[in-house]
Design a protein around this ligand. Structure first.
Ligand SMILES: Cc1ncc(COP(=O)(O)O)c(C=O)c1O
Length: 374
């Protein structure tokens, strides 16, 4: 099997940005349209059904979706303008730590629920943190910690949040969305944000968003000392099909195409039966789960241990522990074969490496990645 990509660029297995299909890239080269044109209105409208499925909005949901032209970190900040000062930040890796830091920068009164990297908050730890003081205005949670490969199960988080009914749940689903179910309403999430360069497999530059009715109602009442990152302007602009500023039209088109392709099962193996949009998404999640199992099997055969507990292992990024020499050797051999695999993040550098089996990577490509070492 030919394992090398067709260009001199490596095949990207880092945990985002990831491989982008040529059909998606070609959307970026189409002639521009006016951002106040009828065509733009139709383009924005075309995003809603797919985004509702990506965030897993309930069929009767009053929650809304939106898209902003900026990277995900912008809305880690933006989401916080809509909530009160008392923030409980769940920290179990680099990106959740970043979010707690952003909240402090904005002058929030931040309490940290700190967990060892590789672990996740559960019903007991979150319930006890929520009950330890006056009610919090918001909890921040990074659902899939890209730095550790930990996916925090959302049902226990939702049960814990039920003990503090007025507290908003803000979720970073950057490397989670399109890799597994979010079920925004069922998990009583109030705000979710995601860049598109992970399991949505687009070039970076826009962020997809969802917000509950009560988040938007509360945010409207607050003084929001921002303009570009104002969640209310972004959601109202999206609803009116008029983005508050000039959007990245090429990426909006690429997103529209990708959402339609996922719903149509276009990325499934050739010859697969036609699917409903719901099945298209469910099958994409199943593919990611199988790629996780395949990766963990390969790791076990090589005597490599997953960094997170098996029940927390992410379907989009596998973080594997090894000694520095083994990591250097594996990454160098993959590089020579045309594959770029991710190293450890921050304090996990030299202790772990990360395989981003996300987005439009196929199971056959994953097999080829492993075969490249043999
Ligand atoms: C979980 C998570 N949150 C936030 C970010 C920040 O995204 P960006 O650098 O696109 O702003 C990343 C980037 O890798 C991430 O993995």
């Amino acid at each position: 099997m030919n394992t090398a990509p067709p260009t001199t660029d490596p095949m990207l297995w880092i945990p985002g940005p990831t491989k982008v299909r040529p059909e998606i890239l070609s959307e970026l080269t189409r002639p521009m349209i006016g951002h106040r044109s009828r065509a733009m209105v139709e383009l924005i409208e075309s995003l809603d059904p797919g985004l509702s499925l990506a965030f897993g909005l309930a069929p009767d949901s009053g929650s809304r979706v939106a898209v902003g032209t900026h990277s995900a970190t912008a809305m880690m900040e933006g989401s916080l303008y809509g909530v009160g000062p008392r923030v409980l930040a769940i920290v179990n890796g680099a990106f959740s730590k970043r979010w707690a830091g952003i909240a402090r920068t904005l002058g929030k009164d931040v309490t940290v629920l700190e967990l060892p990297w590789g672990e996740a908050a559960d019903e007991t730890s979150l319930t006890s943190a929520l009950g330890a003081s006056e009610p919090f205005d918001a909890v921040t949670l990074v659902v899939n910690e890209t730095s550790t490969g930990v996916w925090t199960p959302l049902a226990p988080i939702a049960r814990a949040m039920a003990t503090s009914p007025d507290t908003m749940l803000l979720c970073d689903v950057v490397s989670a969305i399109a890799g597994g179910p979010i079920d925004f309403d069922a998990h009583r999430i109030d705000f979710a944000l995601a860049g598109v360069n992970k399991a949505l497999a687009l070039p970076p530059g826009i962020t997809v968003l969802a917000a509950s009715e009560r988040y938007l109602a509360a945010a409207r009442e607050r003084e929001r000392r921002t303009h570009y990152l104002d969640p209310v302007l972004l959601f109202d602009g999206h609803a009116a099909r008029k983005t508050p500023t000039t959007p990245n039209i090429g990426l909006f088109r690429a997103l529209s195409r990708q959402l339609a392709d996922i719903a149509a099962g276009a990325n499934l193996p050739a010859g697969s039966a036609p699917v409903s949009p719901e099945d298209g998404w469910a099958k994409r999640f199943e593919t990611h789960a199988r790629m996780r199992e395949r990766t963990l099997r390969w790791a076990a055969e090589r005597g490599l241990a997953p960094f997170p507990a098996p029940a927390l292992s992410s379907p989009t990024v596998s973080c594997l522990a090894a000694d520095p020499q083994t990591i250097d050797d594996l990454l160098a051999r993959w590089k020579a074969a045309g594959h770029e695999v991710g190293g450890g993040y921050g304090p996990l550098k030299g202790k772990t490496f990360r395989i981003g089996h996300m987005g439009d990577h196929t199971e056959a490509e994953l097999d080829a990645l492993f075969a490249a070492l043999d």
